[in-house]
Write a new protein. Structure first.
Lengths: 603, 310
């Protein structure tokens, strides 16, 4: 009765071997490395980059352990952090214009392990050090901006259509369009209904005035807020690139919050500065008549800026338009020749100014300049072909789809869609992170040893088997965490310790049952069988209550608590497997084949 | 080796009145301290800034305080954290200052006096986030409780579900009572520990309940009280050993896990102690009070019994 079919032994063995393989990378540790990835989506990390990196390092006499091309980045591994830092400076100087050069840690495990996606556990910020920000997007401001833009747009629209109105005002979240007579209002209503689908319109008479109330529809409101968050996400990503962080996490959390995690970043002041910065955008005319003279002196009334290919252009000091006038910029296609293009939507004032400027300067080039940190860069400098009215501008020509995406992102990045505020910050220094790891590891180790000694002393052979099962549990849990690349936090490490402490319960239940059955006077073989059978229902019941707590923690926990919950849930699953199947397999192998078993060592 | 060789069942149920009164008194004490002193909520819940800084030489707290007062932060709490080199600075929420900027200011202030000061940790939590965390914590507690009652109801009977959850919520209140009495900091990780205890100690009641159900089927002639006594006595060995093992792990965290894990492990320790007590001496008497009887399980048994009769 205490025998498993061969396939069951093999299955259990296979699971344990897989567990061992996926746990292995955690033992090799990590090497300091420098990661080089392209700044823009249009560029790819390729063999050429690999070569230039190797060459740059060789020229600087910096010895590397390994330089590899992985995904869309090149990683160079070093023996120590000193070389790593030197290498970063060298590479930044040579490649910094187009690439993000960031410090990173890469697993030192052998290639065959990495090839089968066996990676070490992904450590959370509290273990590796770094910054965590939670930013709240000011949704009210996003709506305000949209309403203000609409106010101007409605005015210019009515004027263009020659519809007589006496004013457009804003009252809270309602726009009031006033007309002199009902006929004008009807005409206005028809016009606005067609052009401003985002608004719900209702007519109302206030005294002698015919008023049209315009209110954003619920769907439009939601869309504006969603796109505000999306735009802020994009902008943040762009900015974080500049910080040179190897594996930044920038995610939306809930309806109006954004999480930014920057592992390894210590200079929080700079990080906050860059995240909170407002970039500005300016449109100016390009001056192709003058040139910078031999001494590098810029002619009077002009400024010199570099474009994204590194060429210097001269532009006039006079600003035609600022980025605030841009409502939206989207990548798309030219409707004439289907070339990739960027579609820009200006607000009312912007449209009028743009119309004037383009009328006077047909055939000339205009430059769109992005100012960040007081430094300007020309995003694009297209030729003005004709007078452009209506506030809808299209930039096209010599552009790839990715460049169109990049450019539209940069144009939108001119300003955040809505202001953001840091509502939570957690920074952990690297030394504390290392301390946390060793504390978590040590307490697990000591706890495990104490349990092992006790179990062996109390249950003898069966105690030894229980300890083996517990070790298998730890192995499988670590393997599972490594496989899933779930973030391991300090509470997560506590979770590992706690699940181990709780997992032994299953084995105690089994062992106690076996003892009890033996006391009742049945044969050892029958007692072992009865012990496992009777304990099983109880083990399932008690683990399910734990699982309920784990799931609730996962659903409602945030950050580190979520890490704890993940470990708790996974640990319950692995403990069921190891306590019941693994320990039973060992017991079966030891005792199952003995026909006349008169005594078992269970203390 | 065997710690518990109990020949006769211990009549736990006859002590029912005493044990329930003891737990009622402890419970009332816990509630009193919760109401009177309240929980010392950590920055996770109240919002504010906590910073941990490390000095190369033993830190002079008074000097740090003076520096902060000079920087217009007189309401900052300054204390040692773990060792004389580490200092914990707590600053309540400021209405006029963007919270995230505050930590930078404090660091630059401290650096003026001692350039070697090292920033170990900064936590800033805005007021809205703290409120959300409290709400989420309460939701999690509710969900766990409902989930457990529901599961035990399906698995056993409503009487079991109800008495288990009452017994274990009583544990939760007592843990909170301890935190209120000693004014230990109640942080997010302590909340996690409390919820984990809830799942863990229900586990304890489940083991006893399983036995009670089994005994109702096996011990046909026994009284309900005898059945419960027998179930508790026979699971006692397992209870003590299991909790002892878990406590070894938790104890290792309590003493070696550093400050961050200390209160987490403390909550678990209290939870483990009281869960032994409550699952045995609170849940089971409650089961008696709710009037559990053989009839709750007898229906499938009856037909079986009839078939065996000659």
């Amino acid at each position: 009765m205490n025998r498993y079919p061969m396939w069951k032994y093999l299955l259990i063995l296979a699971v344990l071997v897989a567990g061992l393989i996926y746990t292995l990378p955690n033992f090799f540790g990590e090497s300091p490395a420098v990661q080089i990835s392209p700044l823009r989506t249009s560029m790819k990390a390729d063999e050429a980059l690999l070569e230039s990196t190797t060459k740059a390092l060789a020229d600087a006499h910096l010895s590397t352990d390994l330089v590899t091309l992985e995904g869309n980045s090149v990683k160079a591994r070093f023996a120590d952090t000193d070389t790593q830092l030197k290498a970063k400076d060298v590479l930044h100087a040579q490649l910094g214009e187009d690439y993000v050069v960031a410090l990173n840690l890469v697993p030192r495990s052998p290639h065959w392990l990495t090839a089968m996606h066996a990676l070490p556990m992904y450590l959370g910020l509290d273990l590796r050090g770094g910054v965590h920000f939670l930013l709240q997007v000011d949704m009210k401001a996003a709506l305000n901006k949209a309403l203000d833009a609409a106010t101007g747009d409605i005015r210019s629209n009515l004027r263009e259509q020659n519809i007589a109105y006496s004013g457009v005002t804003r009252e809270g979240d309602t726009l009031l369009v006033k007309f002199r007579d009902a006929a004008a209002r009807d005409k206005g209503e028809a016009e606005l209904k067609q052009k401003f689908a985002d608004f719900g319109l209702t007519g109302k008479d206030v005294g002698s005035e015919m008023v049209l109330q315009a209110k954003l529809t619920v769907q439009a409101e939601r869309r504006i807020q969603e796109s505000a968050v999306q735009q802020n996400l994009l902008t943040l990503r762009n900015r974080v690139n500049e910080l040179g962080v190897a594996e930044p996490v920038i995610q939306q959390q809930g309806a109006d919050r954004i999480v930014v995690q920057l592992p390894g970043v210590q200079d929080t002041a700079r990080a906050k500065d860059i995240l909170g910065r407002t970039a500005t955008l300016e449109v100016r005319l390009v001056d192709d008549e003058h040139q910078i003279d031999a001494n590098g002196v810029v002619p009077f009334g002009l400024d010199a800026f570099k474009d994204r290919d590194g060429r210097t252009l001269l532009v006039k000091k006079q600003v035609l338009l600022t980025g605030e006038r841009i409502n939206d910029a989207q990548p798309g296609f030219d409707n004439r020749d289907n070339e990739p293009a960027v579609h820009i939507n200006l607000d009312g004032v912007g449209a009028r100014k743009f119309k004037e400027a383009t009328r006077e300067n047909v055939g000339k080039r205009m430059a769109i300049i992005l100012f960040e940190k007081g430094k300007g860069e020309i995003v694009t400098a297209p030729v003005i072909r004709e007078e452009i009215g209506g506030g809808r501008v299209q930039i096209s020509g010599r552009m790839s789809t990715e460049e169109a995406q990049d450019t539209s992102l940069l144009l939108r990045a001119g300003a955040l869609a809505a202001p953001m505020e840091i509502v939570e910050e957690r920074t952990v220094g690297p030394s504390l992170g290392a301390d946390n790891i060793s504390r978590g590891f040590n307490s697990t180790k000591i706890g495990f040893m104490m349990i092992a000694v006790f179990m062996v002393a109390y249950y003898l052979m069966f105690g030894t088997i229980s300890v083996f099962a517990l070790a298998a549990n730890l192995l499988l849990l670590v393997a599972l965490l490594s496989m899933l690349q779930a973030t391991l936090t300090l509470p997560g490490m506590a979770g590992i310790a706690l699940t181990l402490g709780m997992a032994i319960d299953s084995n105690v239940l089994i062992n106690e049952r076996i003892r009890e059955e033996l006391r009742n006077g049945i044969t050892p073989q029958a007692a072992i069988n009865a012990g496992y059978e009777n304990a099983f229902a109880t083990i399932v019941d008690s683990n399910i209550t734990n699982l309920i707590a784990g799931i609730a923690l996962f659903l409602f926990g945030s950050g580190p608590i979520k890490g704890f919950a993940v470990v708790l849930c996974l640990g319950i699953l692995t403990s069921m497997f190891s306590a019941v199947l693994v320990s039973r397999a060992v017991v079966n192998l030891m005792y199952g084949s003995k026909a006349r078993l008169s005594k078992v060592a269970i203390g | 080796m065997e710690f518990f060789k109990i020949k006769r069942d211990i009549p736990f149920m006859s002590y029912g009145k005493i044990t329930t009164s003891i737990s009622l008194v402890t419970f009332l004490f816990a509630v009193f301290f919760l109401a009177y002193k309240g929980l010392n909520f950590g920055v996770d819940f109240t919002g504010g800034t906590v910073m941990e800084v490390h000095y190369v030489e033993a830190a002079d707290l008074n000097k740090v305080r003076a520096q902060l007062t000079a920087a217009d932060l007189a309401d900052a709490q300054v204390q040692n954290f773990g060792s004389s080199h580490d200092v914990l600075i707590q600053i309540p929420l400021k209405a006029n200052k963007a919270g995230a900027k505050l930590s930078d200011e404090v660091m630059s202030t401290l650096r003026q006096q001692d350039a070697g000061v090292e920033m170990r940790r900064v936590e800033f939590v805005g007021p809205q986030v703290g409120k959300d965390l409290i709400e989420n914590g309460a939701m999690a507690l509710l969900l766990v409780s409902l989930g457990i009652v529901g599961y035990l109801w399906i698995r056993f009977e409503w009487k079991f579900g109800l008495s288990a959850i009452i017994a274990n919520l009583h544990d939760v209140v007592i843990i909170l009572g301890f935190f209120a009495f000693f004014q230990w900091e109640f942080s997010l990780s302590v909340l996690a520990a409390v919820l984990a205890v809830l799942g863990y100690s229900v586990n304890e009641s489940v083991v006893v309940f399983d036995r009670i159900r089994e005994n109702f089927r096996k011990m046909r002639k026994a009284e309900t009280a005898e059945i419960i006594d027998n179930a508790i006595t026979r699971t006692m060995s397992r209870t003590i050993i299991t909790h002892g093992s878990t406590q070894m792990m938790v104890g290792a965290m309590l003493f070696m896990g550093g400050e961050t894990l200390h209160y987490f492990a403390m909550a678990l320790t209290i939870g483990i102690m009281f869960s032994i007590y409550s699952s045995v001496l609170v849940a089971s008497p409650l089961l008696m009070i709710f009037g559990v009887s053989r009839e709750d399980f007898i229906k499938p048994e009856k037909t079986e019994a009839e078939e065996v009769l000659p």
